[in-house]
Design a protein around this ligand. Sequence first.
Ligand SMILES: [Zn+2]
Ligand SMILES: [Zn+2]
Length: 475
Amino acid sequence: MTDRPVRFHNTLSGKEEAFHPLTPGRINMYVCGVTPYDACHLGHARCYVTFDFIRRALTRLGYAVTHVQNFTDIDDKIIHRAAERGEAPAVLAERYIADYFDKMDKLGVRRADAYPRVTGSLPAIVAFIERLVAKGLAYAAGGDVFYAVRKFPGYGKLSKRSPDDLQVGARVEVDDRKSDPLDFALWKAAKPGEPAWPSPWGPGRPGWHIECSAMSLAAFGDTFDIHGGGQDLVFPHHENEIAQSEGATGRSFARYWIHNGFVTVNKEKMSKSLGNFFTLEDIFKKFAPRAVRYFLLTHHYKGPLEFSDEQLAAADARLKEVDADLRRLDAALKTPLAAKPKEAKAVAAALDAFGPAVDAALADNFNAPKALAVLFALLGELKERAERPKAIDVEGLRRGVALVRDTFRDVLGLEVGGDVVPGGNADADVAERVARREAARKARNWAEADRLRAELLAAGVTVEDTPQGPRWWRS
Ligand SMILES: [Zn+2]
Ligand SMILES: [Zn+2]
């Protein structure tokens, strides 16, 4: 398959632009992963559902996507939390990495192609820092190593702030060992009792930013296609990654940067310090994971997303309507019928227009709400045509139902409509009882008809009377 044109917002240029991969048809995408020191929350769900959706969209548009995502499995936050709980940092990190996979699997986030970890990348990280020191872009100071921000001329090009602006409004920490308050740590000397790895500057651990430069270089080389993450990573994390990588290699780093918006509660950014913070563990006690995913995808990834229980309840209800619609259509389309050529032609035209309309929504800055609108339009048309009193195109409508299910599953990552009601003894039994009820109705034996309907309902089968006769589905 050849790749199709796609446009999206590039944080680096500040504009929506046409995408051209380095190698036609192939995309290398690096997404910043979690620091596993606490349970996954809704902000994580938004980020990783976004990049999962983007990956699915690019795959559908014909690209072979390689997705690499790191785990910051050693960090100040992990060390502090582990000390509070009296456990080893590695044990704590492992537990929250397991939580990450558990929650993201439930959300239908496909696994990345590789998950490099800091603790598995130390030689590459140390070599990267040595390279920066050799180039005069970094300096050692008492067992720490800092990046000299003002030595990198492009600093600020992603976040659109100059070092001078940063200096003025700075909340930068005062640290005597730094030559300039803007400089940031590449290597941190270990304090007694902290996990440490050997380095030319003494035992210690990497600063946060250097790992992504080292890991993306190891995975993709100097230059790659897409770098992603949450909007809060633009500064300083991604700005610092650019300074490190372009400083070391002298080549351009990621060519396109994609950032997803915040999750807000009462218009404030969801964060732990504000206490308006929801773990996925808690949310999944009340709502199905697919409702969370659907809620996220009903909003464009770039904007802020206002969270509320009401919105999740509405998302859950909407998906259940889709389930019921699809099951009803399955039931209605059980019997083959010869369609009128005109009707068959109209259905074929609707199905032919559907794929390109989905592609167009995806290629337009990964517009999930628009893709959903295209899906709901087709579903609505299928429902409307299936309700017509005669000469419906059963074969065409069945293809349409399969298309709706497949697109929900493959593109949106949402399972809808349950299983197609299969044949078999259980179905034969239901069909027999439905037929008996219909016979009772025709004989105007309403008591018997009602009794059979109640019996079927108790068995989880809903019967609906239509101009074409009774339809039934499992609820
Ligand atoms: Zn990163
Ligand atoms: Zn909304």
